[in-house]
Ligand binder design. Sequence first.
Ligand code: ADP
Ligand code: MG
Length: 233
Amino acid sequence: MRDEAISGIFEEARLEGRDYLFEHEAKRLCSFYGMPVTRFMVSRTVEEAVAAAAEMGFPVVLKIVSPQVLHKSDAGGVLLNIEDEEEVRAGYRRIIENVGAKVPEAEIMGILVQEMAPSSTEVIVGSTRDPTFGQTIMFGLGGIFVEILEDVSFRLVPITRADAEEMIREIRAYRILEGARGMPKADQEAIVGILLSTSRMLMECPEIKELDINPVLVYEAGAKIVDARVILG
Ligand code: ADP
Ligand code: MG
């Protein structure tokens, strides 16, 4: 049986009539399954954001929380590398202005303050539900590798550890994870852990119609999920 707190996340979205989870809800869900996510806090005023950032430690990232803004950076709703309290104040207002200009109907629920993860190799883990075969899990490198080269691997869930290892090795860009061309060598065991946890989450949460963990930053030791999107249905 899954934890009641997990059902609570889906229940809250349902009560609010949403067919998706906010980033902070999706990250909470991922963290219930043992996945490494950034620290985060939803603030509803500038002062709350300042306090959250001070508690977390600089630099931080600020992001819009709005039911009308699913693709946050397209709406000017993501500011990276916020270094101090003054930048939090200015950034908070700037995000609200940006989003107001790009998506005038956007209802603003707050600003998500989160830990800024150091840049590194970006990978993505996703899922869609196939009408015939059920939940699938997908793995690839971030950015052009997926969007232009469509260099991804797929399996049906549940997957085994051996499946997860194969999924990583079978993408064409695998050598990048091995540290080719001066890239840092990626912690593949950390990726295996995220794939296995995602598989378990998909098995236990039939509410998930689509999942997009994009990106996961992968280091020489460890990994960190910086964005996650869940569509329900
Ligand atoms: P979107 O809704 O547009 O996908 P993201 O939350 O993915 O917004 O943010 C856009 C980009 O900003 C990410 O792809 C990542 O490169 C960077 N980013 C976002 N959050 C963080 C973070 N906490 N630490 C470091 N980089 C981040
Ligand atoms: Mg993203």
